[in-house]
Design a protein around this ligand. Structure first.
Ligand SMILES: [Zn+2]
Length: 169
């Protein structure tokens, strides 16, 4: 990222946050040239690794798909919407911090199960038993999506990339 103050190209990321609708990552950066801090907004699809399915096919990371899959697994459990949001956020963070251009759908599946286990034992067992038959989190969610497709509409993602200087951040 080019520093908006001095134009230097190297920086370090201090903090990363995903926007509420899951489409954008806000990153606080510190310029390694002049030391000033600035914030960038990047589209999630541009910074998240490509998901490699078990059969080798590639697809983009889809937070909405993960969110709806987890909601389905947590149905009728005493779990608040906020807890589910937080879980999805954690999984997204994990993928976002993943150092690599590609991540296996299996790794995402394992991450989701780990988070779910912390949250609710029953939902975890339910999720794990069905998921293990698929062995591919992406296929599993596709299956769930058929059930949920009437309820969920993918958000309309706008192309946004801008720099916000420290004072306006
Ligand atoms: Zn700078």
């Amino acid at each position: 990222m080019k520093c908006p103050f001095c134009g230097y190209y190297e920086d370090r990321v201090i903090d990363s946050r995903i926007s509420r609708d899951g489409s954008e990552i806000r990153r606080r950066r510190e310029c390694l040239g002049c030391g000033k801090r600035f914030t960038t907004h990047e589209l999630v699809e541009e910074v998240l690794p490509v998901v490699v399915k078990k059969d080798g096919r590639r697809e983009s990371f889809d937070p909405a798909k993960i969110s709806s899959g987890i909601k389905k697994a947590c149905e009728k459990r005493p779990i608040s919407a906020d807890s589910i949001d937080a879980l999805v956020e954690n999984v997204k963070h994990l993928c976002q911090e993943f150092q690599g251009k590609e991540i296996s759908s299996q790794a995402i599946g394992e991450a989701i199960m780990q988070e779910l286990q912390k949250l609710d034992g029953v939902a975890y067992v339910r999720f794990a038993s069905v998921y293990r038959e698929f062995r591919d989190i992406s296929d599993f969610f596709d299956e769930l999506k058929d059930i949920l497709r009437k309820k969920n509409v993918a958000p309309n993602v706008r192309k946004v990339r801008r720099h916000v200087p420290e004072s306006e951040a």
